[in-house]
Design a protein around this ligand. Structure first.
Ligand SMILES: [Zn+2]
Length: 480
């Protein structure tokens, strides 16, 4: 059987993929709007217009209500919901996490999802919240694993998702992911991360994503369960998440909140509408605030900006500029910036997935000095076998012919052979005045290159640089 998920383009640890379901192929990354079987602000049949290729609904809500349950059984899920594309169903785990119990067991809800024609079903896993005692996280992981395995035995033609839990213990997340990936599941949701996002704990979220990804096969599609704010899509995609779901567009609308990639406004505080979606182009801020349909209009706007950002992310993957987009978006909030800084702790891990690119590296601030491309170059320094007299320079000196090797010095990379000037990443667009972090990375590489080539005689012409403690170290090494 051919794989149901095929990766077609990559950038950082992110990718564009094709997920095959019984109701058609979905291009990832994408977001699944959450459809409540009871209340619908926007008709599911309209969702394609916004860009939705797949939606998600809750099988437990359907199961619990006899009238919905019977209709789903007789006419099928797609007719009940009114959407003819792929539909993923959740199992009631969310209700379990909120109310502590549900009126259904794992076997019943998995069979029900299969029976009503769900495209992707989920077992009744235990969503362990952040920061619980380790013993509880471990015990609940055991139950989730048993139920996932049990579900696998019941599945017929439905794709099955196996949620990765483990609270805020990265080692438990990695272990859970690894154990589940040994079995034949189709999609891997990362569960119980909503509380982290609600409290803006983006660095913890990054730890959870990377730990889980490390345990999974790189070929597996990953769903970040409950992530619906467009300002964090690029970061999550860059770390390898493929699917998102959004109840946020409707929940935010209910609270009068207007989403943008820069963050969220309360609609009452808006003097202008900084968007050109059909809602914002046909209303001004005053009209939107006073409108009788305010909630629906806000939900529509929120959905438009959500899919706009998904398209932006996909474009960035194809042109190899995803990391630039991440750096821009993560400046929307200090906690997102913390998330970016945490993600850079994993540059080494990201680097192994990052394809060699033809795009131009844009330096956009101190975080760029730790990007995967910089890490990759550092690893390659050992391949640069020098000998004889070596010149490291920032500008032409005129006596280049006196040297065996001439290396250009460019922060954040440091010294590199001038023949590579026009190639990625050395054709980077950088600032004329390097910042401290960029210079640190470049000087560390200089020092490392000198240490790797103890027999070479180095001449450094770096006189235009600002003061930096590593300069002293380099001079000392030089004179030793
Ligand atoms: Zn709008």
């Amino acid at each position: 059987m051919p794989p149901i998920f095929e990766i077609t383009h990559k950038a950082c640890a992110g990718r564009i993929g094709r997920l095959e379901t019984r109701h058609g192929i979905v291009e990832t990354p994408t977001i699944m709007p959450v459809v409540n079987p009871n209340i619908q602000t926007i008709k599911p049949s309209e969702l394609r217009k916004f860009g939705a290729e797949i939606i998600i609904t809750n099988s437990y809500i359907i199961y619990r209500k006899p009238e919905l349950r019977e209709r789903a059984r007789s006419e099928g899920l797609h007719s009940l919901i009114g959407f003819d594309g792929p539909i993923m169903t959740d199992s009631g785990s969310f209700q379990l996490s909120v109310y502590g119990e549900v009126e259904v067991n794992n076997v019943e809800i998995v069979q029900f999802q299969q029976e009503i024609g769900s495209d992707i079903g989920v077992p009744l896993d235990i969503p362990t919240p952040p920061d619980v005692q380790r013993a509880r996280a471990e015990e609940e992981l055991g139950i989730t694993y048993t139920r996932a395995k049990e579900a696998l035995g019941l599945k017929k033609d439905m794709l099955l998702a196996a949620p990765v839990q483990g609270s805020t213990y990265p080692d438990l997340r990695e272990r859970a992911a690894h154990e589940l990936s040994q079995l034949d599941f189709d999609v891997y949701p990362l569960g119980a991360v909503v509380p982290l996002m609600e409290s803006y704990r983006y660095s913890d979220l990054v730890d959870v994503i990377v730990a889980s990804k490390k345990g999974l096969s790189p070929a597996a599609p990953v769903h970040l369960f409950g992530a619906g704010h467009p300002m964090m899509f690029s970061l999550a995609v860059a770390l390898g998440c493929d699917l998102f779901d959004s109840a946020s567009y409707a929940l935010y609308a209910k609270d009068g909140r207007y989403m943008t990639v820069r963050g969220t406004y309360h609609v009452d505080n808006l003097q202008y509408l900084p968007c050109s979606c059909p809602v914002c182009i046909s209303h001004d801020a005053g009209e939107l605030i006073k409108s009788e349909n305010r909630e629906e209009l806000l939900a529509r706007h929120n959905l438009y900006v959500t899919f706009e950002e998904i398209r932006e992310v996909k474009q960035a993957i194809k042109e190899g500029s995803l990391w630039e987009l991440v750096e821009q978006r993560c400046r929307a909030h200090p906690q997102l910036l913390n998330g970016l800084k945490r993600a850079l702790h994993y540059s080494d891990w990201i680097e192994q997935f990052q394809p060699v690119s033809n795009s131009t590296f844009f330096y956009s601030g101190p975080e760029s000095a730790l990007r995967p491309e910089v890490v990759r170059y550092r690893k390659k320094l050992k391949n640069l076998k020098l000998g004889g007299r070596v010149l490291i320079r920032m500008r032409r000196t005129g006596n280049e012919d006196d040297f065996d090797w001439v290396l250009d010095f460019k922060p954040p990379f440091g010294p590199y052979p001038i023949e590579l000037k026009e190639t990625h990443p050395f054709n980077a667009e950088t600032t004329d005045e390097p910042d401290y972090e960029s210079l640190t990375a470049a000087l560390q590489n200089t020092l490392e290159l000198m240490e790797l080539n103890p027999d070479s005689e180095f001449t450094l012409v770096l006189d235009d640089l600002p003061e930096h403690p590593l300069m002293k170290e380099i001079k000392n090494y030089h004179n030793a």
